[in-house]
Ligand binder design. Structure first.
Ligand SMILES: Nc1nc2c(c(=O)[nH]1)N[C@H]1C(S)=C(S)[C@@H](COP(=O)(O)O)O[C@H]1N2
Ligand SMILES: [Mo]
Length: 225
């Protein structure tokens, strides 16, 4: 199925209702919880995680195809200076590179991912969140949303990323642009991001209202809750 809503962006696939239901049931049952914590980060692998070599793909079943010339990112809400970046604007911003590990709530971890893109710190300096802003919600082209505290977004290793290991992020992994927020489980790292909204208060996202933890710290196993 390809749906083009007139903005030049096609969405392929079908919502995976069965898989979504299964993940929701696993959250309710507390699957994969070990009860161990490693708040001090003594190990590189958080509790209950296993290392993989190949990067799995997880989504709702819908994969948007977003040509660069149709891509834009809107940043709005409780900020002094909302902005919209088209591709050239985005690429003209200062670029950073950061290496981090990925931890997915479904228990796989992938080490040493080199991300390139614009830092969250740079975006924050431009849009200037109002003192009353407390949370950030990422909205994506597949209808996915996820929320984080502003303090989690405001971190040195958070990127609005376009490349992984020096290559453009593929469509299946959320290209052309996804969020990378490595200190939290990967469901917080929105793929195909289209809008970043600053809020004066919290607004749980897609998985957060389906049993996933509101914060999602891998080191204290905040999988569900
Ligand atoms: N837009 C969007 N972002 C998303 C998701 C999604 O379904 N849609 N899934 C989340 C979940 S649950 C995970 S584990 C990771 C998977 O990213 P990957 O497919 O690149 O491994 O993306 C997160 N970001
Ligand atoms: Mo996930």
């Amino acid at each position: 199925m390809a749906d083009d809503s007139g903005d030049g962006i096609s969405i392929f696939g079908k919502i995976k209702d069965k898989l979504i239901g299964k993940k929701q049931a696993e959250a309710a049952a507390g699957k994969h919880l070990t009860g161990r914590t490693d708040a001090g980060h003594k190990e590189r692998l958080p509790p209950g995680q296993r290392l993989v070599e190949k990067w799995p793909v997880l989504d709702l079943g819908l994969q948007p195809n977003i040509p660069q010339d149709k891509w834009k990112l809107e940043v709005e809400g409780a900020v002094e200076a909302p902005l919209v970046w088209h591709w050239a604007d985005f690429m003209a911003q200062p670029q950073i590179e950061d290496v981090s590990d990925i931890h997915c709530v479904t228990t796989w971890s992938l080490y040493d991912n080199t991300w390139t893109g614009v830092s969250a710190k740079h975006l924050l300096a431009l849009v200037k969140p109002k003192p009353t802003a407390t949370h950030v919600v990422f909205e994506s082209h597949d209808g996915y949303t996820t929320n984080v505290p502003l303090a989690s977004f405001d971190d040195d290793d958070v990127l609005i990323a376009h490349s992984w290991q020096g290559q453009p992020i593929t469509t299946e992994h959320g290209g052309p642009v996804r969020i990378i927020l490595p200190k939290l489980y990967l469901w917080k790292s929105a793929k195909w991001v289209r809008r970043i909204v600053f809020l004066e208060g919290d607004k749980p996202g897609y998985w957060e209202v389906r049993g996933y933890h509101n914060v999602g710290d891998p080191w204290t196993e905040q999988r569900y809750g």
